[in-house]
Design a protein around this ligand. Structure first.
Ligand code: ADP
Length: 290
């Protein structure tokens, strides 16, 4: 099972070119689509989820035309949008029941069994009778996953699902995603490198509508292996370092900036070789260093 996307383009009426010749192969398992805000991730997700049309290009799930066979696609698709909009005052169990009826589950006892199974899966069974509108952010996202999974989808798309979750909730959410991502295609769009690092073996990096990298997470790291150098600097020295070196990132460690710089050759001047990480790949790609 795989998705093959070829030369997808989308330009909005305001002139923004949100997808520029996007081509990707997405295999079974968890696929992380990483990019900063505005990169075009949601545009791509919405297109694959049959919610908006591309201007040109193709996207196939095996033999199924994802762009033109919308009814067929919706039968095998689970989608968790970035914004759910209004959260109803209905209880989680009633809402899942309702959504299952809408998806064509007409047998009452089978439906009930499935809904209970899903509530257990996302650890919401004991809260099933509470209104979804009263849920915390993490519980809402877990509810969102439960509704995605009605009808055993082959393709699940989740758009920025961990934004705004605290670390505990994020971990719970990761565990649920990694469990369901084993036997289906699960596409996770995110601007959070940690999401991809923890969950995905395949990934793509997008910016300004273009795919800057796609492949295995390990292959992404190979591109910068041995070329990342780090040192701590004083805050006042930061502008000078930014001027003199190809800085990939800087973050505060113990109140002092720790900078990562990119270089094919040893840098000296107090820099030591850093263990490269996905964050380095992400910023090196965005800054067009590799
Ligand atoms: P991401 O999900 O990576 O944040 P989006 O796909 O939401 O990116 O947006 C990509 C670009 O397209 C942004 O510049 C955004 O402002 C623009 N955009 C998104 N949706 C629309 C729309 N409906 N109309 C006009 N511009 C849009």
């Amino acid at each position: 099972m795989k998705i093959q996307i070829e030369n997808l383009n989308k330009q909005y009426s305001n002139g923004v070119h949100a997808l520029v010749n996007v081509s990707l192969t997405i295999n079974k398992g968890m696929f992380g689509l990483l990019g900063p805000n505005g990169a075009g991730k949601s545009s791509l997700m919405r297109t694959l989820a049959t919610l908006q049309d591309a201007d040109s290009g193709t996207a196939m799930l095996d033999e199924m035309d994802l762009l033109n066979k919308k009814d067929e696609v919706r039968k095998v698709l689970g989608y968790l949008p970035q914004e759910f909009g209004v959260y109803p005052r209905t209880s989680a169990v009633d809402l899942l029941e309702y959504l299952a009826v809408m998806k064509g589950f007409s047998n009452r006892s089978e439906r009930k069994e499935m809904v209970n199974h899903l509530l257990n899966k996302v650890n919401l069974f004991e809260h099933r009778k509470k209104a979804v509108s009263s849920y915390s952010g993490g519980m809402r996202q877990r509810f969102g996953i439960a509704q995605c999974l009605i009808g055993n989808p082959k393709l699940v798309i989740v758009d920025e699902p961990t934004a705004g979750l605290d670390p505990g909730e994020r971990n719970r959410f990761y565990n649920i995603l990694s469990e369901i991502g084993e036997n289906i295609i699960l596409i996770l769009s995110t601007h959070i490198v940690q999401d991809v690092r923890e969950l995905c073996t395949q990934m793509a990096i997008m910016d300004k509508g273009k795919v800057l990298f796609s492949g295995n997470t390990d292959d992404a790291l190979v591109q910068i292996r041995g070329k990342v150098w780090e040192r701590k600097v004083n805050k006042s020295e930061l502008p000078q370092f930014q001027n003199d070196y190809k800085i990939i990132s800087n973050k505060l460690v113990g109140g002092k900036p720790l900078i990562h710089a990119f270089s094919d050759v040893e840098l000296g001047n107090g820099f030591v070789k850093a263990e490269e990480n996905l964050e380095d790949v992400f910023f090196a790609k965005l800054n067009e260093l590799v």
